[in-house]
Design a protein. Structure first.
Length: 85
């Protein structure tokens, strides 16, 4: 899906830094996986082959915003995840 995008805000100790992973071509998507103290954001092809991977320590992730591709009606749904303090 063209337009799939995930923004990850990471605590760097002296401030925050925002990283963005976007599906670069039509037919690709962005998957988010969490486990074992890591948050992994992966751009994958239709067949499931990973193209790009970004890994973050889960303790450092402040917020994650997923921007899914627009549906036919043009409406977008934004899901925001916040880490509990």
């Amino acid at each position: 899906m063209n337009g799939d995008r995930v923004e990850v805000v990471v605590d760097m100790g002296d401030g925050t830094r925002t990283y963005e992973v976007e599906a670069t071509r039509a037919g690709r998507r962005v998957d988010v996986r969490t486990g074992r103290g890591l948050v992994e954001v992966v751009e994958v092809t239709r067949g499931g082959t990973p193209v790009r991977t970004a890994r973050f320590m889960a303790q450092r992730v402040v917020a994650m915003v997923e921007h899914p591709a627009s549906d036919e009606s043009g409406a977008e749904e934004v899901v925001t995840l916040h880490r509990a303090a």
